[in-house]
Write a protein that binds this ligand. Sequence first.
Ligand SMILES: *Cc1c(COP(=O)(O)O)cnc(C)c1O
Length: 458
Amino acid sequence: MSNTATQIPYKIYLREDQMPAAWYNLRADMKTKPAPLLNPGTGKPMTEQELSNVFCQELARQELDGETRYIPIPDEIRNFYRMYRPSPLVRAYCLEKKLKTPAHIYYKFEGNNTSGSHKLNSAIAQAYYAKQQGLKGVTTETGAGQWGTALSMACSYLGLDCKVFMVKVSYQQKPFRREVMRTYGAEAVPSPSDTTAVGREILARYPDTTGSLGCAISEAVEAALSQPGYRYVLGSVLNQVLLHQSVIGLETKTALDEYGIKPDLVIGCAGGGSNLGGLIAPFMGERLQGKSDCRFLAVEPASCPSLTRGVFAYDFADTGRVCPLAKMYTLGSDFIPAPNHAGGLRYHGMSPILSQLYHDGFLEAVSVPQREVFQAAETFARVEGILPAPESAHAIKAAIDEALRCRDSGEAKTIVFGLTGTGYFDLVAYQRFHDGEMTDEIPSDEALARSLKKLPRV
Ligand SMILES: *Cc1c(COP(=O)(O)O)cnc(C)c1O
């Protein structure tokens, strides 16, 4: 490292004209591509035609495009990005000092917009293509509420209807997120609901269920298919979402390149994999081309450990089994994680792109219990000032652990992590942590084996 620490500012801000003009499609540089989505009826790969019954046409195309390396970002989307991008890359000097580590720590902060997370990067893209196609509106699910909020903002900006099936437990526990969505004109429905056939069926079978993402997805898909002029959109997992989120990584790389910095380790929390997939994209591209030996680490909650304890197999993307089958690390589509406080990390499967990279040894993964995560969140908030989302704090926890290893070994590694959002809507969780009421929920091997027994045979 030729730079002395003092030459690098606390925040590296890019100019607007340094924002990426195109998304980077990591699949183009993967030798082993992620496996195709399969039609659950025929077992054959989904065609663009089939996908476009559910998704917008252009998004169906992006989903299937494993070859085009750069896909231009339409001007209207770039203009929207200008409201809150480029986002800052922060050198965590205060955290380094606190940890007495020789490591250099950077974080890319995506919480600088009203939705409070990176999800807006894909929400505006998906809403834009729906509008382009002349659709009336979109339906979706939301767990913790960040995706629903982001999509509401994007839809109100473009004048589209937005119907959000919100996992019931979050709908009840997070009334404020609901109100943000309503402020942006979206309709929020607690899921499972009696407004869809699949919701009614799940309610009949499990009357006390507090809902799950898998179930809300089934309802949202059904709602889109049963109304002309509507399509379904999804905030994570899919190839198209990782594509849009590549703006995070592209900006990070431009900022680091300005100072000649090469990361040794890039860390991100992983729910469905979109922020991590976007953050690592250009760095992983270099690694796949043999131009770098940067390491990559996915951090997941011990309560929902799809990479570290799941299996790599075709599975249903949703509880109602209406979506295409995806080959991914999965805990089984029936798996309902304990109600941990990182709602954005409660999906049973992982992005097919990240799953393939993990399977091929390019990505590492670790799972962490939630009390240690909140401890890390608090340490971070006290020195860096930002109140992190519980999801983001998973990445903080792993970055701190690595920085402490550097302290012991004396290595001055460069660590970059994704700070995906802020935690203002998660203060009940912080309260539980401070009051000593938080527990670590770790599923038993038997519980995982039970849900994995129901994987589809492909
Ligand atoms: C949704 C969310 C995540 C997890 O989703 P990914 O698709 O894995 O990125 C992480 N952090 C925040 C703040 C979120 O809202």
